[in-house]
Write a protein that binds this ligand. Structure first.
Ligand code: DAT
Ligand code: MG
Length: 141
């Protein structure tokens, strides 16, 4: 048994399109628990910390700009192997490549939009999860 916590963000495109509930439904249907849930306006400081690994990449500035374009739903999810598990629920980074049955595959839209508009973020390792949860929820226990 590996009880884990992961940080999920419903990105501004997901919140704008009214898909927050659908993402949460899929998380809960999988059997995971919501530990924290908050609608949040990100800040440049928060995003610089969150996306530190991507700083300097060509998509970094547009990504941060997009993440500032509206509120995000920040969620701490708990469950058995939920870090890898939520990544499976989310699907491939590029929504046009994401498999049917996944959040990005089912709900992603190809409007010639950049890859950053892919509805959700999920931590990619136990180290990332701990780091990201402490960034978004500094008081999390
Ligand atoms: P993921 O969100 O699947 O973990 P990532 O950590 O590699 O993907 O990248 C973070 C976000 O940056 C991703 O959700 C969308 C954006 N992104 C990644 N690669 C990109 C690319 N080649 N062009 C545009 N945006 C990209
Ligand atoms: Mg990532």
């Amino acid at each position: 048994q590996t009880l884990e916590r992961t940080l999920v963000l419903v990105k501004p495109d997901g919140v704008r399109r009214g898909l927050t509930g659908e993402v949460i439904r899929r998380i809960e249907q999988k059997g995971y628990t919501l530990v924290r849930l908050e609608l949040r306006d990100a800040t440049p400081e928060l995003l610089a910390a969150h996306y530190a690994e991507h700083e300097g990449k060509p998509f970094y500035e547009p990504l941060v700009e997009f993440m500032l374009s509206g509120p995000v739903a920040a969620i701490v999810v708990e469950g058995q192997r939920c870090i890898e598990g939520f990544r499976s629920l989310a699907g491939a980074t590029d929504p046009t490549a994401a498999a049917p049955g996944t959040i990005r595959g089912d709900l992603g839209r190809d409007w010639g939009l950049a890859v950053q508009q892919n509805l959700v973020h999920g931590s990619d390792s136990p180290e990332s999860a701990a780091r990201e949860i402490s960034i978004w929820f500094p008081s999390a226990d």
